[in-house]
Ligand binder design. Structure first.
Ligand code: ATP
Length: 188
């Protein structure tokens, strides 16, 4: 009897408000450095701590615009909409895993959120369900993180520049900027 190797998928969750080169570099690093067939960007439906966000649909569309050029291994998952409002990472994993029995999932996070993990719902259970990979986000060194420091860029910084009508073409892919402008997001 032959057994089929499980497809390996790395999940990068976040608000992606908007997506930027830091997210893109994280995806490319994970795909290049780990035994991963696909990377799924997983925009949060609503931020659990109530941060104001562009709509889920726009954030999904911006992630798709960013992913388009990279190849079929980079996908955008809308699973958080199905999990619904208030869904936390454990809820998403408990929804996703039984629906993809042939897939081995890995959760990828940036080192900036390590300090927050004790506040995550069921963090112990999450670690029992999936492998967790921590990437080194520039400015947040931590022994638990792997790889080189990734881009020093955040959605917060981009939103601040957009408020000043300073187009952050150096921090986000051009396709994302074009979409933002066409849809008049972030006050553009
Ligand atoms: P905000 O500034 O609005 O808080 P953000 O830039 O931190 O947003 P998120 O969408 O919240 O972006 O991040 C999603 C995931 O990607 C998190 O795990 C985060 O740690 C990781 N990430 C974001 N930016 C980077 C980066 N520059 N390098 C490495 N990881 C990153």
């Amino acid at each position: 009897m032959t057994t089929r190797a499980a497809r390996q998928v790395a999940l990068i969750g976040g608000s992606f408000n908007p997506p930027h080169f830091g997210h893109l570099m994280a995806a490319v690093f994970v795909r290049g450095a780990l035994p991963v067939d696909e990377v799924w960007l997983m925009p949060a439906y609503h931020h659990p701590f109530g941060k104001p966000l562009e709509s889920f649909e726009h954030r999904v569309a911006m992630c798709r615009a960013m992913a388009e050029d990279l190849g079929p291994w980079l996908k955008v998952s809308e699973v958080e909409r199905e999990v619904g409002e208030g869904g936390r990472t454990i809820d998403t994993l408990e929804y996703l895993l039984p629906r993809h029995p042939d897939t081995r999932f890995r959760l990828v996070i940036g080192s900036d959120i390590l300090h927050d993990l004790p506040n995550w719902k069921a963090w112990d259970r999450i670690q029992g369900l999936v492998d967790v990979t921590v990437l080194y986000r520039a400015g947040y060194p931590d022994q638990r993180a792997m790889g080189p420091p990734l881009a020093e860029v955040s959605s917060t910084e981009i939103r601040k520049r957009l408020e000043l009508k300073d187009l952050p073409g150096d921090l986000i892919p051009r396709a994302v900027l074009v979409y933002m402008q066409a849809q008049h997001l972030y006050g553009l």
